[in-house]
Design a binder for this molecule. Sequence first.
Ligand SMILES: [Zn+2]
Length: 82
Amino acid sequence: MRTKEPTFRVTKWLDRTIPLEAECTSCPDAQFKIGFSGKIRSPFYRPECRGFMEHLQAAFALHVAQVHTKPAVAKRAAEDDD
Ligand SMILES: [Zn+2]
């Protein structure tokens, strides 16, 4: 039984709308960060801000697939059939 659903949550914002860091609510250690290759100088980064959110959410999705997807659950359900 799942007690807590892993949830994507932004923990650090560059400003009101641009996320810098996010976490998995089920894993205190799991953090997803935007890796900057260069300096941020407003307002030039703004066109990319949507990409920041997508980048963090993609990292979270990967984390869920790797950490929270448990094949054993499906296997046990299949064995119950027997
Ligand atoms: Zn997690």
